[in-house]
Ligand binder design. Structure first.
Ligand SMILES: [Mn+2]
Length: 253
């Protein structure tokens, strides 16, 4: 029996953009990575924005991603537990991945305890101070009524509009992809506020597209941002049962 005890975390693959070819190259890189971790992974947490846009209709899902989904199915069939967090680009995951992969879909945060460590996980959107416009939009996007109405649009129209919006929103966020010092980095502030109320060893997020590993105010807890697989960092975190570490995927073989 292989010794599968590690927990892997990655986010922000943004599959589907910027083009079919560009996305396919990245998809292959993700698939190769999944192929290497399957030997020792017990659980894989995909912490949001795996897809640049995803919406599930009752009987239809977006085209594409067959290699990625196939590789995940292989991992799932080996007994590796998969978790998908809803990101701001792919919050419309319902039961397809649950049925196909036995995955667990997480809407907001999830707290786990592994190896005596307490770990808080969230995509990272809509937390901390400010960004009231997005927080408002998020409520609308997540409302049952809006999702029902969107599902009534023909996919050629609905997904067409949504893909345009998604690229626009990513382009707007990209300008922010430099870490700000100290608590001006809003997830650092959020983490420091959070650990005052409740202790966590690690707080893990995506969304920022910047790989970060920061010791928090209490000098013990760490804020880890998973970075992205879109432009440059190709980063992920591993918990080996004792310690959480941030890693960078090497160029594809
Ligand atoms: Mn995001």
């Amino acid at each position: 029996m292989p010794d599968r005890h590690k927990i892997y975390f990655a986010s922000d693959f943004h599959l589907g953009t910027p083009s079919f070819i560009g996305s396919r190259e990245r998809e292959l890189r993700v698939v190769q990575w999944l192929d290497t971790i399957k030997a020792d992974a017990a659980e894989v947490f995909l912490v949001g924005d795996v897809f640049d846009f995803w919406f599930e209709y009752k009987t239809v899902v977006p085209k594409g991603y067959t290699r990625f989904l196939g590789k995940l199915a292989e991992l799932a069939d080996m007994g590796i537990k998969l978790y998908f967090f809803k990101g701001n680009h792919d919050m419309w995951m319902f039961d397809y991945l649950v049925q196909e992969l036995g995955a667990t879909i997480i809407s907001d945060e999830m707290v786990i305890e592994r190896g005596g460590k307490k770990i808080y996980i969230h995509h990272g959107d809509g937390l901390g101070p400010g960004d009231t416009k997005y927080k408002f939009l998020k409520k609308i996007f997540r409302s049952k009524l809006c999702q029902w109405l969107f599902a009534r649009l023909h996919p050629n129209l609905g997904i067409g509009i949504a893909t345009g919006w998604s690229q626009h929103s990513r382009a707007a966020n990209m300008k922010e992809e430099i870490a700000k010092p100290g608590e001006q980095e809003w997830l650092v502030k959020f983490c420091n506020d959070t650990i005052q109320a409740e202790y966590y060893d690690y707080l893990i997020f995506g969304h920022r597209h910047i790989p970060l590993d920061i010791v928090l105010k209490n000098q013990r807890s760490r804020y880890v941002n998973l970075g992205e697989w879109f432009n440059y960092s190709y980063s992920y975190a591993v918990f080996d049962g004792v310690e959480l570490t941030l890693h960078f995927d090497k160029k594809p073989r």
